[in-house]
Design a protein around this ligand. Structure first.
Ligand code: BGC
Length: 759
């Protein structure tokens, strides 16, 4: 029986391989024939990605004469074209008016949803719910394809340990293990194992690589990092996305070993193609080829040749490839092979997407119903709720649906600020504010008195910069004093105050770094005035990054971090505030105690003089004025209920290369609400050939427990979990003693240990 089954399996695998081989052969034959027909100019044209504007131009240039260039075969793809009719129009030009009728590929920044917007990626990551995250990527792909798109500039998987960097909002946070899990499900959600389907998009993992490690948290800034750190802590999520089959990669703006990523052959060829076997195509970031001039690598012709030779296939917006590669070929700075390779990779992507069979594959009138569908809106509401992280709760949440609630703060009723950064296709008019969400839930059972209380910021120069895409920071006619006065009056008449405070949507995101990551002064003053009323205050915190909130933490009775929740933000947050949903989010990036601590992250190395809490301080690694620990650590987040952890049971005390140890804990819901818990497993090797982190996340499971219920959570541990890159960059597991820690956050764990024998 077993034999028969194995035979059957072998036949299936064989057929699958043969089918894949035939499909590849067919693709290659098709592309060979097509490339024989193509002129040099047409080949170079395929390497050119333009934006006709209409999206969000993030660089200095927006392409001109796009129509003529398409007709001349000088364009391989477009992005920033929003709406199926516009995509159709542009595709028609390519198919009907260009000599070889090669279809364009249409991309877009589908980052956290398309028209239905989900929470910003940093928020969504805090759900630790990979099924949910995959569902949001699926929904985004369905909507994007209904809008004619085939290519999503996502997932953004840059690890970041510096919350000053605005783009921390777009990624999964500080940890490579969690980041890798999320990268993988996002790619699978977008591509769904079949790029030819009319509801899948090709993923583009970005920004390759290390973009999140910009010095000082200043966007586009220099990155300097050891290879060991790169391989162990920053590269895994990119690799995970590629292992999951991501069809394309976007190079980053920064330097790596002082060579810009866009022209870095170690990165784009040795690592990506040779070590990781990536066989898709690489696109530059917005004008990042041209920007190599400012990096000091040569003139446009030189840097374009450098980028192509390094392994870059497509040039976004800057047209360095379009305008200089022919000359470089004539001058023998590059070879025809270099151009052919890049062109082939672009054509392969189009072929894999089925664009040669049907260039209009996604566009049909009956797909309109897929956009902002009820199913997607419900998912947006659920995702908004699951992203919330309860940072503090002195028994004031969930809110009662009775009495009087003062709802104050500049983010309480601000549609513009619900979607968060990079919501290119999202329509903020359709978003649900916190006020609307709360009113939807309480109806007539409680009274909500609303007062804005303060502007997000009163700094006009700062506000002007934040408001480039619209008036996210509104400066109404009322003075700061009047607004505070109204809010205080509302608070005095209420049983409890809900204060919606934090950042405007574009205070994080690209080119939105902040040196001071605290609450703007206008809101601090509001909070101080509210505290004087003596009423309990619940801060609902809107933010695109971890913030420095020591003072606010001491003033509030509760803090619920809601990030930017997307289209249904208000409903999702209200679900949590009133207890329809029990908060289950856990931080994926540490909240520093103060900016001076940055970078502060949980998986740091020990120093030779570690400070032990409560112990002597002189000549220890600490600060005179602040603690070492962040205000809120990685993995932290409260619930309305309580979870109790049993000690860890290990199935064995010795692990070898062929065995599995199971580490188990029993978690009991001892509180008064049903709820979900993210059970986290960390590892630490006590002695190794290099200094290793004090702990590293190596597993997590999100479980649901009814009030009073217990569950045993079992984590398998195999040698792979122990492997790391050593000084020779070999991926090894070393014999020795390991601590396994399981708990509710990175600082609240049970510990046991086992020995690993590398034999
Ligand atoms: C960003 C990318 C984005 C691209 C296209 C750039 O400025 O860095 O993340 O995909 O613009 O919009």
């Amino acid at each position: 029986m077993k034999k028969k089954y194995l035979l059957f399996l072998a036949v299936i695998v064989f057929n699958h391989i043969t089918y894949a081989q035939t499909a590849t052969t067919k693709m290659n034959q098709f592309i060979d024939r097509l490339m024989q027909e193509m002129t040099l100019e047409e080949k170079i044209g395929q390497l050119n990605l333009l934006t006709p504007g209409g999206g969000i131009p993030t660089g200095a240039v927006v392409s001109s004469d796009v129509e003529t260039k398409i007709k001349n075969g000088q364009v391989g793809g477009l992005f920033g074209v929003i709406g199926a009719d516009k995509v159709l129009q542009a595709q028609r030009i390519a198919i009907e008016n260009s000599r070889l009728h090669i279809p364009l590929i249409f991309g877009s920044d589908v980052i956290h949803g398309h028209k239905t917007t989900f929470p910003i990626p940093l928020g969504l990551a805090c759900s630790w719910d990979t099924i949910l995250i995959k569902q949001t990527a699926r929904a985004a792909a369905i909507e994007a394809t209904a809008d004619g798109l085939s290519w999503a500039f996502s997932p953004m998987v840059d690890i970041c340990r510096d919350p000053r960097w605005g783009r921390i909002a777009e990624g999964a946070g500080e940890d490579a293990f969690l980041g890798s899990a999320i990268a993988g499900v996002m790619v699978r959600g977008y591509q769904n194992n079949d790029l030819r389907k009319d509801n899948t998009v090709m993923a583009c993992v970005k920004h390759f690589a290390l973009y999140g490690a910009a010095e000082g948290g200043r966007d586009y800034n220099t990155v300097d990092m050891s290879k060991i750190r790169m391989y162990n802590d920053y590269l895994p999520p990119y690799k995970a996305a590629i292992d999951a089959g991501a069809g394309s990669v976007m190079s980053s703006f920064n330097v790596i070993d002082d060579v810009p990523a866009t022209g870095n052959s170690w990165l784009l060829t040795n690592l990506l193609r040779k070590q990781w076997h990536f066989n898709g195509f690489v696109v530059s970031d917005y004008t990042s080829v041209n920007e190599m001039e400012a990096h000091g690598l040569g003139n446009l012709q030189e840097v374009s040749a450098l980028a192509l030779k390094a392994g870059l296939d497509m040039d976004m917006v800057g047209e360095g490839f379009l305008t200089t590669l022919k000359t470089s070929l004539q001058q023998k700075k590059i070879t025809l092979n270099d151009i052919n390779n890049a062109c082939r990779r672009i054509l392969q992507a189009k072929y894999k997407l089925g664009l040669f069979d049907n260039p209009y594959r996604n566009v049909s009138p009956n797909r309109a119903k897929d956009i902002l569908s009820l199913e997607h809106l419900l998912l947006s509401r659920k995702a908004a709720a699951k992203s919330c992280v309860l940072l503090k709760n002195n028994n004031v949440l969930p809110l009662q649906r009775k009495g009087v609630i003062a709802l104050v703060g500049p983010l309480a009723d601000s549609k513009r600020n619900m979607l968060g950064t990079w919501s290119v296709a999202g329509d903020w008019h359709k978003s649900v504010t916190l006020k609307e969400g709360m009113e939807n839930i309480v109806g007539n059972s409680a009274r909500i008195i609303y007062a804005k209380g303060a502007n997000i910021s009163d700094d006009t120069a700062f506000n002007k910069r934040v408001n480039v895409f619209g008036e996210e920071i509104e400066m109404g006619p009322a003075s700061a004093e009047t607004m505070i006065h109204e809010a205080v009056a509302a608070a005095k008449n209420a049983d409890i105050v809900v204060a919606a405070l934090g950042e405007a949507a574009d205070m994080s995101g690209e080119s939105s770094s902040r040196a001071d990551i605290g609450l703007p002064e206008s809101q601090q003053k509001l909070l101080e005035a509210l505290v004087q009323t003596g009423k309990p205050i619940v801060i609902v915190l809107f933010n695109g990054r971890p913030m420095a909130l020591v003072k606010e933490n001491s003033m509030a009775s509760a803090i619920l971090d809601v990030w930017f929740g997307g289209t249904e933000a208000g409903n999702g947050i209200a679900d949590v505030l009133f207890g329809n949903e029990n908060p289950s989010g856990k931080l994926t990036a540490s909240f520093p105690y103060s900016v001076g601590q940055i970078p502060v992250y949980y998986n740091h190395l020990n120093t030779g003089r570690p400070y032990v809490l409560g112990g002597p301080t002189k000549f220890k690694s600490d600060y005179l004025d602040i603690p070492n620990a962040p205000l809120f650590p990685f993995g932290y987040g409260l619930s309305y209920t309580k979870f109790q952890y049993s000690p860890i049971t290990l199935s064995d005390s010795v692990l070898d290369n062929n065995t599995t140890i199971y580490a188990s804990v029993t978690v009991t819901n001892t509180g008064n609400y049903d709820g979900e818990e993210v059970v986290q497993l960390y590892l630490r090797e006590e002695v190794a050939s290099i200094s290793r982190p004090v702990k590293m996340l190596k597993g997590f499971q999100k479980i649901y427990l009814k009030k009073g219920e217990s569950k045993t959570v079992r984590f398998p541990l195999q040698v792979d979990a122990l492997k790391f890159y050593n000084s020779d960059l070999a991926f090894v597991a070393e014999s020795g003693k390991y601590d396994v820690m399981i708990g509710t956050s990175s600082i609240d764990v049970q510990t046991a240990s086992f020995t690993y024998n590398n034999q």
